[in-house]
Design a protein around this ligand. Structure first.
Ligand code: ADP
Length: 185
């Protein structure tokens, strides 16, 4: 199983990625988590992305291409994966397509968790993470709208998109995702 989870900041895609990974025994790859780990560890990558992450902007596509190519090249990815937080731009989607093509891998589905923007902002303001300040939250939503939302149509025209109503409890969303994937597989 090779999946992408798509959704705005605060849509709950990270939680759903973990549920799916646990339920299907598939590796979950969160680029946000990888970058936060790199920042915390003070690696070259971490030092490079620290400032940009703090603003709510995206790390550049080339840096992310290296991160993802390297991660998907590790042996555990061969059995399948759920990508949480990548791709986030059309350029990243192209990069991913070429990485997958080289490996002769295809995507099974792109799960899009849809939540109204008002609710996203409310949820985000209620969170406690250090980088979740007001302006940063709004900036991330803007970045999402401008750079990531185009991916929805990109994958829809490829027939890969599974749209899930994210305006439900976590358990209900998880059930909807499972049901959608049963149909897709
Ligand atoms: P969220 O809290 O929205 O789920 P993530 O944990 O996925 O966010 O990512 C946190 C931050 O890491 C992003 O705001 C961005 O700066 C950076 N980041 C993560 N994934 C990517 C990516 N695919 N492209 C560029 N930047 C990324």
């Amino acid at each position: 199983m090779r999946l992408i989870l798509l959704g705005a900041p605060g849509s709950g895609k990270g939680t759903q990625a973990e549920f799916l990974a646990a339920g299907m025994g598939v590796l979950s790859i969160s680029t946000g988590e990888m970058l936060r780990d790199a920042v915390a560890a003070g690696t070259d990558l971490g030092n490079k992305v620290r400032a940009i992450m703090a603003t709510g902007e995206l790390v550049d596509d080339e840096t992310m291409a290296d991160v993802v190519r390297e991660r998907l090249g590790q042996s555990d990815a061969a059995a399948g994966f759920i990508l949480d937080g990548y791709p986030r731009t059309l350029g990243q989607a192209d990069t991913l397509a070429s990485i997958l093509e080289q490996k002769d891998w295809s995507l099974d589905a792109v799960v899009y968790i849809e939540v109204p923007e008002d609710e996203l902002i409310q949820r985000a303001l209620a969170r406690q993470r250090a980088d979740d300040q007001d302006e940063v939250i709004r900036q991330r939503q803007r970045v999402y709208r401008q750079q990531t939302q185009p991916l929805i149509d990109h994958y829809r025209v490829q027939g890969l998109l599974c749209e899930i109503d994210g305006h439900q409890t976590i358990d209900e969303v998880a059930k909807s995702v499972a049901a959608a994937l049963e149909v897709t597989r």
